[in-house]
Write a protein that binds this ligand. Sequence first.
Ligand SMILES: C[S@@+](CC[C@H](N)C(=O)[O-])C[C@H]1O[C@@H](n2cnc3c(N)ncnc32)[C@H](O)[C@@H]1O
Length: 346
Amino acid sequence: MDETAAAQDLMLLKRKVNELKQSIKPTDENVLELTAEYPQSPLSLKIDVLTAELDQILDAQTLERAKHYLSRLRKGIDESITGKVNDINILRWKEYTDIITDSLWIIDRRDSSGAHLGWYWGNFIPQIPHQLMLRYSKRREWVLDPFVGSGTTLIECRRLGRNGVGIELNPTVAQKAEELISQERNDFGIKADVIVGDSRSVDIGEILGGRGVSKVQLIIVHPPYHDIIRFSEDERDLSNAKDVGSFLSMLGQVVANVTPFLDEGRYLALVIGDKYQNGVWIPLGFRCMDVILSQGCYSLKSIIVKNFDETRAKRSQQELWRYRALVGGFYVFKHEYIFVFQKVKD
Ligand SMILES: C[S@@+](CC[C@H](N)C(=O)[O-])C[C@H]1O[C@@H](n2cnc3c(N)ncnc32)[C@H](O)[C@@H]1O
């Protein structure tokens, strides 16, 4: 690249760029590993993005323009500029094609690799905590999930190198989650523990203190969607709240309990769906959103609409719901929400 950048005429520069391009051999993973003396070495580049950038240089009409594109490419390889809340190198932003930035998420298939067995009725698809962590946390930071269920968030923590703490009311579920989490590889040597407790009152300060930290950098909240699925007989379980009002107040207690332990400027994400009650659509998602905003320290950053994962529903059930919808004049739920909040003051 040094040689190429030193070229003093456009034809020569393009010839060298072409040689560079020809030297890149396609791989199945679409990745080129650079092990030479780069500041961030070893460094991997996405071959399709790199090739497109080299093509842009080859299409340049002037030497000045070609050099501009070349130096931009070079900067992206030599330097790394990341923001305050994630590890995304904005100089190579084009490479993050796996990170969703649209507010409508259509995800066809759940990630069922590794420890993600999807056994728990009411879990979320791993892509949700995966995306949230990539956008709103850095490697080795701490993630808190006060409704950890089968441990999906913590399995992703292990994959992405984030430390995690999950709280779960049901000890049997918590134990199974721990077993599965421990089966996932832990290449970054992070901690990912499940604590049995009621997230409305459990002592978060003590839990974090026991792990040598006082704050977390991301909170992922995936509560029961009120009584849509009853998770236990326990009256402390939000799915046993006697009505929507009590459910909202219990959720408010959980959020009030965890919020003091979120760093200012960092994010809390709520994953929730709506429900029907006596033939009336209850906008549970928006009512929960209001509960969180009423805490007075969060600002709303995004509302994501995600398609509803229905791979577990039987075809006969789907047909029954379609029939009922046609007859009853309503629509069948096909989406849930992810509300993203930023903590703007302590
Ligand atoms: C929607 S599920 C979360 C699923 C999880 N995201 C997963 O992928 O497995 C909600 C969980 O919250 C738990 N739960 C309900 N009330 C709770 C409370 N007060 N404190 C802690 N956990 C609670 C339930 O037992 C259930 O496992």
